[in-house]
Every structure is written in C-alpha cells, then in structure tokens.
Design a protein around this ligand. Structure first.
Ligand code: AMP
Ligand code: MN
Ligand code: MN
Ligand code: MN
Length: 282
C-alpha cells in the first residue's frame, strides 16, 4: 500500500529541513512517495532524489508556483515535472527576480518601523537562492518584534502593514503552461486558503482548466474536515484529479507532520492514478 504526501518544502524555499533531512523524515514517517514542492524553485529536487536512493521513499519532482490571478496570489503545484525543462526553469528564473525586487520593497517598509538592516539579515535566514516572507518573519522574531511567525505575518507582512508588498507573480496560464511543458500535472494548492466566493472559485477553476490545469489539492493541512468534503465534491463535479499534501515546512511550531493528514475521500480520483500508482486509500 502506498503512503503519499504531495506537498512539502525544504531550505531551497522557506522550509527548515535540507532535502536530505526531509527525505529522512519521510522515511521515519514511513512514506512511500513524497513530492518536494518548494516555492518557485526546484533546487532541492535532485538532492532529495539522490538521498532517497536505497530508502523506501520515492521522490516526486515538484514545485509550488506563485501566481497572480485577478490581483490575488494563488499557489499552483506542478507535480511530476521534468526538472530540466527549459521553459519551466526560465519561468521560475523570472519569479526569482520578482522575489528579489519584492524583498527590497519589504525591507524598505520594515526599516521604517525600526527593523535593523532587514535585507542583510534576511539573507542569513534564506539558505537557498530565494527570499520568502517566512525569512523576513524570522528576522523580526530575532529582533524581538514578535514571538512567532503567525504573529509577525499578522502585524507586519499582510494587508496594509509596513512590510506588506503584493508580489507581481506569474500569470495563471503561464504557470500552468510551464508545468505542462515540463510533462507535469498542475494542481491548485490549498484552495480554501484564498477565501474566494463560490463564484470566484468556479471562475478560477474555469481559467485553470482552460490553461490545462487538472487537479485540486483536496486534502491539505490548511483545510478543515468540512473544507475537505467541500473540495472533494468540487473536484468530482469539475472532473478534476484530487491531491493530498501536508505542506510540511519543518518549522518549529508547525502543526502538520509530514504525511499526517486525512486520506482522500473515496469519491475522489487521486492525481497519482495518472502516474500509475495504486489508488486504494492511503
Ligand atoms: P511568500 O511566498 O514569500 O509570499 O511567502 C508565503 C509563505 O509564507 C507561505 O508559503 C507560508 O509558508 C508563509 N505564510 C503565509 N501566511 C502565513 C501566516 N499567516 N502565518 C504563517 N506563515 C504564513
Ligand atoms: Mn511556505
Ligand atoms: Mn502555498
Ligand atoms: Mn506550500
């Protein structure tokens, strides 16, 4: 029987674990399959794949792409992608530049409220090539502006707060087409997180499917059991494949354990059935 988690992060983006440590954690949790899906980079995938040799874990190459859709930030997972695909790599390179420019603006905002040298400090927390808001959160905690990551986001990094800067991410259709070009499957990540009205959600799914997107992350650590049922129904109605991922970051205080999330409801067609994996509940 397979045990699969299709959403996880490493130090290449805002996770706490190296790819090697993440694979060791997957082995400890007795997972058979783990998708490594860092924000806007695939830098850890080859290392994770290498580390998994000789373990019971198979690494599924992936990425979580930041998208701007109608002024909102949406995350699109690319699962089972070819990490050497030029089109996908080029697209991600563009997002790296967006992140660099955004980091400068976030730092300016934070400096105004007394954070000391945010840009210099954030680079000590970012272990990979990209800077995430989670890294800024760590700077603010270090300098005593808040006690935990959640608190920092609320007070400094969202809405109209001093370090809130909207990223100008990839257009939805571009992100989906890079993933498809790389032979992967595009999946809307944690759909409940966007707080969309039903109408907007259906519109998002319509645009996503028109671009070639095929899946919905039905089970996520950010979904309540009620939300899991809502999105399972929606996936069935919209004839989309369903995915299941913990969104594990390995950060202290994170509630979700790797692989420790609900099973996909039985009515769903798992995205991994497309990859020839068994589809009995995991
Ligand atoms: P970024 O892609 O750099 O804008 O950062 C987004 C990341 O910040 C998400 O993937 C989460 O890991 C984290 N994040 C977003 N909102 C919150 C929050 N309210 N509390 C804690 N972490 C958050
Ligand atoms: Mn994250
Ligand atoms: Mn996400
Ligand atoms: Mn994620």
């Amino acid at each position: 029987m397979i045990k699969i988690d299709c959403h996880s992060h490493t130090i290449a983006s805002d996770g706490a674990l190296t790819p090697e440590a993440l694979v060791a954690m997957a082995e400890k949790m007795q997972l058979t399959h783990l998708a490594v899906t860092d924000h806007d980079t695939m830098a850890s995938v080859a290392k994770a794949t290498q580390a998994a040799i000789g373990t019971g874990v198979t690494v599924i190459p992936g990425v979580e792409i930041s998208v701007t859709w109608l002024g909102r930030t949406i995350h699109v997972l690319g699962l089972n992608v070819d990490i050497h695909n030029a089109e996908l790599l080029e697209g991600l390179r563009g997002l790296l530049k967006v992140r660099g420019d955004r980091a400068v603006k976030i730092a300016e905002g934070l400096e105004k409220v007394g954070v000391k040298q945010p840009l210099e400090h954030v680079k000590t927390f970012a272990k990979g090539e990209l800077i995430s808001r989670t890294h800024f959160a760590q700077v603010l905690i270090e300098q005593g502006f808040a006690n935990n990551v959640k608190q920092v986001f609320k007070r400094y990094l969202v809405n109209k707060k001093p370090g809130a800067v909207e990223g100008d991410w990839a257009p939805l259709a571009d992100a989906v087409s890079w993933i498809t070009a790389a032979g992967g499957d595009a999946v809307i990540a944690h759909p409940a997180r966007y707080k969309l009205t039903r109408t907007k959600l259906i519109q998002l799914i319509g645009d996503f499917k028109n671009a070639g997107g095929v899946g919905l992350e039905v089970v996520s650590s950010s979904h309540s059991s009620n939300e899991i049922h809502i999105f399972a129904d929606l996936a069935v109605k919209q004839e989309m494949f369903a995915s299941r991922g913990s969104d594990y970051h390995g950060l202290e205080g994170q509630w979700a354990k790797l692989g420790h999330i609900a099973d996909l409801p039985k009515k769903c067609v798992p995205i991994w059935s497309k990859w020839g994996l068994e589809t009995t509940p995991v």
